[in-house]
Design a protein around this ligand. Structure first.
Ligand code: FEO
Length: 405
């Protein structure tokens, strides 16, 4: 896509990656974009770069506006390779540019490139770069989501270039949220925001709240938020900030995700009365077979719901491998404000349900005990027990959900 002017003399010069489906192991069924921005001011300033495969795309976009050798400043808000792995190509064309970066960013960059001939200015929160008509204020955002991360606020444009925060993995010809909603849908955009938050930012809820409070205290007037992935928020950026605050506070819908795997369908058969019991308590329920669903989608569905039931057969006295992997990954994401229960089948010695509860306890999640297990295959009696278990779990979920209203 060609360069797009997002504010007077400030251009999106990034690349849309329509084809990526595996983003370092995270499934991206809708592709993504690598957004970077060029300020055509007295001092021409580039903010961020793109993934190395797309270096020529951003260089061509820059060339459509200026010779890259005219770039005087390169702001690097984040050094993860999807944003920083074409910096060497940019610097080869703009050797006189000064790089503005956080201290941790510089240290990381030194590990990836030979930086000995590049000029650097290490910046911290509150430092300002004047490019002519614009003043760029730097805001360090360590661990949102890497230690080096920062954002850049362009004061006179009321523009926050927010790096990964507020992004979405969407490949689209729309550059702005309102255009995307018109061509696709609000719910598709909302789903992408939740997916991105759940899989990337879930561990950092407290930091997100603190950083938003800090930005509010600084009194920054923001009328556009431009992340480094997905669409730019120009129609009331307050709504995406509120959405982040809500998610950081653990907001969820009154619904239950049932996430399971199965060997010979016994655990799978248990999901039928479970779903019915949940439904009969008036709660929406989504059933997710883990072996048929990318893990990042299962994480998103868990994060949307207030309650979650994990189902696993016992194999060799422990959890089924896909469920063990899922719970291990979930623990790293440090979920909060969710209530969990477990179910499963076994042949001789059990173990899966016990292990699932051990994992929930490690995560310090609210739990509903005991779980439910069936021997070999659910009988009619077992199905009735599953149904009653699900009804009781659903009632607990309702009760727990009340705390967040
Ligand atoms: Fe989009 Fe942390 O990189």
């Amino acid at each position: 896509m060609k360069a797009v002017e997002i504010k007077p003399d400030i251009f999106w010069v990034g690349a849309v990656d329509w084809a990526v489906r595996d983003f370092h192991g995270y499934v991206t069924p809708n592709g993504t974009s690598y957004n970077n921005y060029l300020i055509m001011d007295k001092q021409i300033t580039l903010l961020d770069s793109v993934k190395h495969d797309f270096a020529q795309v951003t260089i061509d976009n820059i060339r459509s506006l200026t010779d890259p050798s005219a770039i005087m400043n390169l702001v690097i808000n984040h050094i993860e390779p999807d944003h920083a792995s074409s910096i060497d190509k940019i610097m080869a064309l703009a050797p006189n540019a000064t790089i503005y970066i956080s201290d941790k960013g510089k240290k990381g960059l030194d590990r990836h490139f030979d930086t000995s001939n590049w000029k650097f200015r290490i910046v911290k929160t509150g430092d300002i770069l004047n490019t002519g008509r614009y003043n760029l204020l730097f805001l360090e955002t360590p661990m949102l989501h890497w230690p080096d991360s920062m954002m850049t606020y362009v004061k006179e444009a009321k523009l926050l270039i927010s790096q990964d925060a507020f992004g979405q993995h969407i490949a689209t010809s729309s550059r702005f949220d309102d255009d995307f909603i018109e061509s696709a849908s609000h719910s598709e955009l909302e789903d992408s925001v939740i997916d991105y938050y759940a899989n990337i930012l879930m561990p950092f809820g407290q930091l997100i709240k603190a950083k938003i409070a800090e930005v509010q205290k600084l009194g920054l007037d923001i009328d556009m938020i431009a992340p480094d992935h997905g669409v730019i928020w120009r129609s009331g950026p307050g709504s995406i900030i509120q959405k982040y605050l809500d998610m950081a506070n653990g907001k969820a819908s009154l619904s239950i995700a049932v996430i399971y795997d199965t060997m010979w369908r016994s655990t799978e058969l248990m999901t039928i009365p479970l779903m019915q019991g949940i439904k009969d308590e008036g709660i929406d329920c989504k059933i997710i077979k883990l072996r048929a669903t990318p893990m990042s989608i299962a994480i998103k569905e868990l994060w949307k719901a207030r309650g979650c039931l994990i189902g696993s057969p016992t194999i060799n006295n422990i959890l089924y491998p896909s469920i063990a992997e899922f719970l291990n990954h979930l623990r790293g994401l440090r979920p909060k404000n969710r209530i969990m229960g477990a179910f499963g089948s076994y042949g001789w010695g059990g173990g899966a349900v016990r292990d699932a509860y051990d994992e929930f306890k490690k995560m310090k999640l609210e739990i509903f005990e005991p779980g439910i297990q069936v021997l070999y295959k659910p009988s009619q009696e077992d199905e009735k027990k599953c149904y009653e278990f699900a009804r009781e779990f659903a009632r607990k979920v309702k009760e727990y959900h009340e705390k967040f209203i």
